[in-house]
Design a protein around this ligand. Sequence first.
Ligand code: 1GP
Length: 235
Amino acid sequence: MTLIDPASQDPARAGEISGEAEEAGTDFIMVGGSTNIDQGMMDRTIDQIKASCSRRIIIFPGSSSMVSGKADAIYFMSLLNSRNPDFIIRQQARASRYLLGMGLETIPMGYIVVEPGMTVGRVGEADLIRSEDLKSAQDYSLAGQFFGMRLIYLEAGSGATSPVPPDMISAVKAVLKVPLIVGGGIRDPCAASRAAKAGANIIVTGTIAEKSAEVRPVLEPIIQAVRHSSRDDKI
Ligand code: 1GP
């Protein structure tokens, strides 16, 4: 999946990136991030993405205002290891009635931030899971699954110097029944391949596409690496 953060470029560029990401073989476009964006900007960004890309669009909200009826779905996500109830349940409660009216598909997702955590770790007030603390990663992931979340997302933070360690991905995958998303700091085919081999079902990249003048040549090898390395679990 390709993440577009509306705070990182104007809507026209977001459209161009998405078009090239589709050509490179991405499966879904995620729109969102930790910087608060109003609904107007979400709408304009999604309009531009839809004009140049036919992949389905899932909102990846950083707050209750980051919604748009123009998307196909929204992750109804809880930052499970936040110290602040705002990111665990309050923002979600604030958005619920609005989402009901909007008719957007909601996908329950447990979001877990791992070292180094970057902006989302800081803004989301996360008790970061240490890289070697496989047990806590398993415990939070299982808690999300037992709450009924349909996806678990292990996040190292956008632009992370090191992605989620493969042994943590394997440890979490070993106890989970729901699909596992991994993202943060994945910017080359090797890192993508390691994450997929370790058991990630979905790999998210954001920064590498946003920072590349030509998106397709950098994304295509990463996506190919994921396809060739995937353990081929049914999602
Ligand atoms: C961030 O996991 C995503 O939420 C993507 O991270 O920008 O480092 O690819 P990158």
